[in-house]
Design a protein around this ligand. Structure first.
Ligand SMILES: [Zn+2]
Length: 449
């Protein structure tokens, strides 16, 4: 407790001072802005949008060209909806455009760089300026606190490839600030989970962070071993794919609510649940979101739309109307917590995770998997792979309730959705492997036409 307080009030500010970091300043700003009215937040967004567009028009060769091609002027943007005249930027555009996106005011070598995973088939090189990085970290801090974690508390991280502190400075930073214990999700087994439990008991972390499905596997282990003394203040699931039954299991094992969070490497934190756990508040000071239909027209609240994001923080590599390839539903409901950040009601998965129906429709793979798992007993985990329009492979892991009836019921549940014409085959697998990013994909559509 003493160490927590010291860390919160002394080490954090001291470290930020030493690194010349603006993170805490930006964070204090966000702490106030989250309670602003929706009107004030829209005004803030519009001002930031205008600044970003003028900057991109002048300094990003890619957007200068796009503006010219479409006869647009940043100065002509008077309302947020005016940006609908700017074409959507795709992952492929970023790949093709490369350094053309980067501002002529920055040296590429001096920027923070990141590479996205290739789970959607396109891997990208991204660059951020230092201030952008600070703002993203600040948003992370704000959202971490929504979960029940607070500055100075230790953290438990259920993650692939945990970082190993190397230099003295890193070790110092690790001990004073990060104070994180890791469970490596690339190697989850009873042995590794049991030693993680031992370290947890010693270190007593205030919150656990990780991909939803990995936390779920750990939660199931705790229930199975009747371990009931791991009691964090918060649980943050950072992968968008938080299934209802996984949430329920995690909450039971830790006796604590799960805080679902949505973000990506390209733009940082997009949205996060507050303590109400009813939808995710959109990080509007930092990102402007749109939800679009197949023709890139805006959808109504309550209707699923392809998420398009404008990053209001990144001047080094502006991303305007960038399509993240995820589908979500926004809401005009006001949250009971009183925060002015509008709500992202739910995520329906990646665009590539939608399976195609023979009749021409589409079904969100995540919903289908969810529905099947609740309906059909005997399945621990499953993944649907659609190779062709009329060919779906079901990878499934049996659980202890498995009987001969299970697969009959499984096929029947699938037939209700896909009809009789689709060829279904069941693969008996020991587990569903995670992607290199540590995320799990519940459905994959490989139909191209
Ligand atoms: Zn709320």
């Amino acid at each position: 407790m003493m160490m927590s307080a010291l860390s919160k009030y002394i080490f954090y500010p001291a470290w930020d001072l030493k690194d010349g970091s603006e993170r805490l300043v930006k964070w204090r700003q966000l702490e106030k802005q989250q309670w602003w009215s929706q009107d004030d937040l829209r005004r803030l967004q519009l001002n930031r949008m205008k600044t970003l567009l003028s900057y991109a028009e002048e300094h990003s060769p890619y957007y200068r060209e796009i503006f010219k091609q479409h006869g647009l002027k940043a100065s002509g943007i008077r309302a947020l909806t005016d940006i609908e005249r700017i074409p959507v930027t795709t992952k492929q555009d970023i790949r093709n455009g490369g350094d053309q996106f980067i501002s002529d005011q920055f040296e590429k070598q001096a920027l923070v760089s990141a590479k996205t995973g290739g789970s959607t088939g396109v891997s990208l090189n991204l660059y951020f300026d230092g201030t952008c990085q600070e703002k993203r970290n600040a948003a992370q801090l704000m959202a971490d606190r929504w979960s029940g974690w607070d500055l100075g508390m230790k953290r438990a991280s259920v993650w692939g490839n945990p970082p190993v502190p190397e230099s003295v400075k890193q070790k110092l930073r690790h001990n004073l600030l990060d104070r994180t214990i890791y469970l490596d999700t690339m190697d989850l087994n009873n042995q590794s989970m049991s030693s993680f439990v031992a370290r947890w008991r010693k270190e007593k972390p205030g919150a656990v962070f990780g991909h939803a499905h990995s936390i779920y596997i750990f939660a199931k282990y705790l229930l199975q071993e009747s371990i009931t003394d791991l009691r964090p203040q918060g649980i943050v699931a950072t992968s968008m794919m938080l299934l209802d039954h996984e949430r329920a299991t995690i909450e039971k094992a830790f006796d604590c609510h799960v805080t679902n969070r949505y973000g990506c490497e390209e733009v940082g934190l997009i949205a996060c649940e507050c303590e109400q756990h009813r939808g995710m508040h959109i990080n509007v000071p930092h990102v402007y979101l749109e939800f679009l239909d197949a023709n890139d027209n805006p959808v109504a609240p309550g209707d699923p739309g392809k998420i398009v994001v404008t990053d209001l923080n990144n001047f080094a590599m502006p991303l305007i109307r960038y399509r993240v390839e995820d589908v979500g539903v926004y809401s005009d409901r006001v949250c009971e917590c009183g925060r002015g950040f509008p709500l992202l009601e739910k995520l329906e998965g990646r665009v590539a995770d939608f399976l195609r129906l023979p009749g021409g429709g589409q079904v969100a793979g995540i919903s289908l998997v969810e529905r099947t798992l609740t309906k059909v007993p005997g399945i621990e985990q499953m993944q649907l792979i659609q190779e062709q329009l009329d060919e779906v492979t079901i990878n499934r892991v049996k659980d202890s309730d498995y009987t001969e009836e299970t697969d009959i019921d499984l096929v029947e549940a699938m037939r209700e959705v896909f009809g009789e014409s689709v060829d279904l085959s069941i693969n008996d697998v020991k587990d569903i492997p995670q992607e290199a990013s540590g995320k799990y994909r519940f459905s994959i559509c490989r139909v191209t036409e």
